[in-house]
Design a protein around this ligand. Structure first.
Ligand SMILES: *Cc1c(COP(=O)(O)O)cnc(C)c1O
Length: 393
């Protein structure tokens, strides 16, 4: 069984490119060129140089001693929270901005929910001096003011999406509409391993630097390249895809995908796609998504904005269906508790998304000699207000 993408752009039965005819030229241009461009020595050199000097890679692989003692197992944290802009998303936006330049695009568009991907995109556009337009739901603009301000400071234009529920999916629709109208000079930077082929594969390859580093770093620490477990939270699935990538075919390495249960998987307020989702098409790919009986996409809920997505990328749909990855869902409360625990035990304030991954150690028993690597996808600065309200700090 293969866990990676096939020539037609599918992971098992999931993936593909289900797009309006008018988008075909844009997506096809990218599909024909992305692997070729990524393989160019010149591209690799510039990508790796920026990851080192601008993002601050390699990110440390940190042995969390006190956390390990508490759970009586060996826990390593892959510190994506220490990247420039505070999360793994920058790995992908650096890759895509270089791709856009090679394809002769000088106008960049993106969609954003809570604003994290919008900020990562605005950052690389400033870095490269390219025009940046970020679509964002009107409601999200109102509740994510600091990220809106960041994007503006970085020179981006933030365009409110005023249709539908005025949130992420409406912003995505606006971005797609823009791309259809500007097929020649515009590149659409998608923020996770979602969207039509080749996006999920391209984003996974840009994030694959994470597991590439884990291998040599774990070799230094433990004398082995392979952990027993890799644990990552899954919104669309890009930090997980990056952390899993070089272990996909090594079935001795157990993969754990952590989804947001919200108030509980049966509460009606959840984002646990593997439990609640069925096959369907979202953002141009066939995958698992939460939907009503007549196929309307259900509004997801999670305390963490980055996990508040009604689907998962096609790679993760396949990892679930094939049984390659174990899916665990974690409630808001359990994630918050795990986040605060990391603060107290290790002096690290994690993003609430990452706190979901940390919560597996309360849920699942690991053996004393097991090595578990957790993707610490981001830092908690952006979530302070939520932590304050939750714990009445
Ligand atoms: C956006 C985000 C996520 C979720 O996105 P994935 O594509 O699933 O990785 C997780 N953690 C942080 C810190 C994020 O900003």
């Amino acid at each position: 069984m293969s866990y990676n993408i096939n020539k037609k752009g599918y992971y098992g039965e999931f993936g593909g490119a289900f797009i309006p005819e008018m988008l075909y030229p844009n997506v096809e241009e990218l599909r024909q060129n992305y692997l070729k461009v990524m393989a160019e020595p010149d591209f690799q050199k510039e990508f790796n140089q920026l990851l080192k000097d601008y993002v601050g890679r390699p990110s440390p692989l940190y042995f969390a001693k006190r956390l390990s003692e508490k759970y009586n197992t060996k826990i390593y944290l892959k510190r994506e929270d220490l990247n420039h802009t505070g999360a793994h998303k920058i790995n992908n936006t650096i890759g895509q901005i270089l791709m856009a330049k090679r394809l002769g695009k000088h106008r960049i568009i993106a969609e954003t929910g809570a604003g994290q991907h919008g900020v990562a995109t605005a950052t690389v556009c400033a870095l490269m001096g390219l025009e940046c337009i970020v679509y964002m739901g009107e409601i999200d603009i109102a509740r994510q003011a600091p990220n809106v301000a960041r994007m503006k400071m970085l020179g981006a234009t933030v365009v409110p999406a005023t249709s539908g529920s005025k949130t992420l999916k409406d912003a995505t629709n606006e971005a797609i509409r823009d791309w259809i109208n500007n097929p020649v000079d515009t590149h659409y930077i998608i923020g996770s391993v979602v969207g039509p082929h080749p996006y999920p594969d391209m984003v996974a390859r840009f994030q694959a630097i994470v597991s590439e580093e884990i291998k040599w770093q774990l070799q230094e620490h433990e004398g082995t390249e392979n952990p027993d477990y890799v644990v990552a939270c899954v919104g669309g699935g890009s930090n997980a895809a990056g952390a899993y990538y070089h272990f996909l075919d090594d079935t001795n390495v157990n993969l754990i995908a952590v989804e947001a249960a919200g108030l509980g998987v049966d509460s009606g307020e959840s984002a646990a796609t593997s439990v609640l989702g069925r096959e369907g098409i979202i953002h141009g790919s066939k995958t698992l998504l939460m939907q009503t009986n007549d196929g309307q996409i259900t509004e997801p809920y999670s305390i963490s904005a980055g996990l508040d997505y009604p689907g998962v990328g096609p790679m993760h749909a396949h990892l679930y269906k094939s049984g390659r990855a174990e899916f665990i869902s974690i409630t808001d409360d359990d994630a918050m508790t795990a986040g605060l625990e990391l603060c107290k035990l290790e002096g690290i304030i994690p993003a609430i998304e990452s706190s979901h991954a940390l919560a597996v150690f309360e849920k699942k028993q690991f053996k004393p000699n097991d090595i578990a690597v957790v993707s610490l996808s981001g830092r908690g600065d952006k979530d302070l207000e939520t932590y304050i309200n939750h714990f009445k700090l």
